[in-house]
Design a protein around this ligand. Structure first.
Ligand code: NA7
Length: 553
């Protein structure tokens, strides 16, 4: 493997050791590690700047649901000590600024080609390299390809009758205009009530003349209790970073350092349980689900938390009929990603907000100036689609990835994604996925999982170089066993009960498979480390031809 590109696009040698697809948090750190190891690498990014999901998702109120001081890189002590997060949950512009700062601080931009999509990657068995074709009509060779394409990047346009005929502006939360949107004096329709809508509805309601929220499935949301961070709070975390990061990586199931539960919900009586839920509710945020250690394992335990949140909704929302409509009743709490909000339920007390229940009928039709649902017309000027993403596999599927005999990854994954450890898919040599299906990924603090995957891949590439190995691929047995394990663990939880994007259920026709690995980031990290320590057990590795000849002569 070379330290610099050979610049020989037609030669048998790879032009780059590694092509990385995507310059979000995963792609940026991957590039940084590769360069430190002396590999030649090029990153392709379809946006005009770094940041990935934080580059695209610019809707009002967009912010991370993991606290900023934890949703940040840990690989550089200087970086984590010098960056000043302003709020408990940083807003999207600040997270984007952080990504830009990282790109500048570590000089990453010189190896990133912006405004360029990877359209096709084809493995050339003859020279053991990937041929990567991009939207600018060029092709490069790379010995390895790393997909850092993100799990929630492929914004999904719903297939609703009449949508193309709507005369006003249509915005998708996942593709928000960079210049922002002014809703003043407008009648706005929002379709969807997932995390993006829950964050943006209160702010859009403050601006719009009238807001219609079309709700197919009510969601559980916990107050963020967002606030400015004080110097003392920042310093306390910075001083304690080694322990905070260690616990997040090794002990916390979801990669978030928090007070760990030591008992199940049914170990407490009703009053004690209520006190505990009240404390978590007052604290706010995702860690509400960590009130007890069995909320995602035991339906009865889960019911206690769900009914607590339903009661809270009834307390906040003045009109009992609207409150009832907002109370989720068809999935366990947490089985769809729990939302974190600022004044979401209270927004429905405003006279200019109307909740439209489309559970029974869906949106029937979009007309040039209205949405028809439940047989009723709602006249609007502007439409916001908060309809989510083709999660986890959508961005990978958009690339035409071909291996031996022209077999595509999409064909292989037609019945659901199959990977070994979420890192590689059998039959596709030298192709790595960061936070792919089969890894903890979206069930965790993404940056914790990204750093773990990037470090594992970087160490693996260094190992291969040191041992004269040029090709690596998951074995069919290892992959089959891992897929079975991922499914088995998911079935032990309440997660598969919900029609969630974790299950692919939000995309018509997508196979229903629980995609992320739910065993916890600590357990998963140990498994990955053991696999590496055992000489990359479950992966077939091939030596350079010359080394093979030398070994046999
Ligand atoms: P989500 O969580 O997938 O939410 C999408 C919402 O849009 C959800 O309420 C869907 O209802 C609704 N939806 C989707 N298609 C339609 C149609 N055709 N008609 C009506 N309603 C529809 O996406 P978000 O962007 O909010 O959040 C994604 C993640 O980003 C989030 O979990 C955080 O991790 C950050 P459904 O539930 O399918 O009935």
């Amino acid at each position: 493997m070379s330290a610099a590109p050979s610049n020989a696009e037609n030669s048998r040698e790879p032009a780059f050791d590694v092509v990385v697809v995507g310059a979000g948090f995963a792609g940026m750190y991957m590039l940084h590690r590769l360069r430190k190891l002396g590999f030649s690498a090029r990153v392709y990014e379809q946006g005009s700047d770094v940041g990935g999901t934080w580059y695209w998702n610019r809707y009002p109120g967009a912010r991370c649901d993991v606290e900023s001081m934890q949703y940040s890189y840990s690989f550089s002590e200087e970086l984590q000590q010098e960056w000043n997060w302003s709020e408990r949950y940083a807003p999207q512009p600040e997270i984007l600024k952080y990504a830009q700062h990282v790109a500048d601080r570590f000089g990453l931009r010189q190896d990133i080609v912006f405004n360029t999509r990877v359209e096709r990657a084809e493995f050339d068995e003859g020279c053991g390299a990937w041929q990567v074709a991009t939207s600018d009509g060029k092709t490069v060779r790379a010995q390895f390809v790393v997909l850092a394409t993100g799990c929630l990047s492929n914004a999904r346009m719903p297939d609703i009758k009449g949508l193309p005929d709507f005369e006003g502006n249509v915005y998708h939360t996942g593709h928000w205009p960079h210049e922002g949107v002014d809703f003043t004096n407008l009648r706005v329709g929002v379709i969807g009530t997932g995390s993006s809508a829950i964050q943006s509805v209160p702010l859009m309601a403050e601006q719009a003349r009238h807001l219609f929220v079309f709700q197919r499935t009510p969601n559980f949301s916990i107050p963020a209790r967002n606030a400015a961070l004080t110097d003392e709070e920042r310093d306390a975390v910075r001083k304690n970073y080694p322990e905070i990061r260690r616990v997040a990586r090794e002990e916390a199931r979801n990669g978030i350092y928090a007070e760990m539960p030591d008992r199940g919900a049914l170990d407490d009586g009703e009053n004690a349980r209520r006190v505990k839920y009240e404390q978590r509710w007052a604290k706010g945020g995702l860690t509400f689900m960590m009130a007890y250690n069995n909320l995602l394992l035991d339906q009865t335990a889960n019911d206690t938390a769900a009914s607590f949140v339903r009661d809270k909704i009834a307390e906040i929302v003045r009109d009992p009929a609207i409150a009832r409509c907002l109370q989720p009743d068809n999935h366990p709490i947490g089985s769809k990603r729990i939302c974190v909000d600022t004044d979401y339920y209270a927004a429905f007390n405003r006279p200019n907000v109307t909740l439209v229940d489309i559970r029974a009928t869906g949106v029937e039709e979009i007309l040039p100036n209205a949405v028809r649902a439940g047989g009723q017309m709602h006249e609007i000027d502007t439409l916001v689609l908060a309809t989510g993403f083709d999660a986890m596999t959508g961005s990978v599927a958009k690339i035409d990835i071909r291996s031996r005999d022209g077999r595509t990854l999409n064909q292989k994954w037609a019945a659901g994604p199959k990977t070994y450890l979420g890192l590689m898919s059998e039959g596709f040599p030298n192709l790595f996925i960061i936070t792919g299906p089969g890894s903890p990924s979206v069930l965790s603090n993404m940056i914790v999982s990204i750093e773990q995957h990037v470090d594992w891949i970087a160490d693996c590439l260094a190992f291969m170089r040191n041992h004269g190995l040029v090709s690596m691929e998951a074995t069919p047995d290892a992959e089959e066993q891992w897929v079975a394990h991922v499914n088995e663990v998911a079935q032990m939880t309440v997660y598969p009960q919900a029609n969630s994007w974790y299950m692919g259920a939000n995309i018509p026709g997508k196979p229903r498979i629980f995609m992320p690995y739910i065993g916890g980031v600590g357990v998963y990290r140990r498994i990955c480390n053991e696999v590496a320590a055992a000489g990359y057990r479950g992966f077939a590795m091939t030596a350079r031809q010359t080394d093979r000849l030398a070994a046999t002569s």
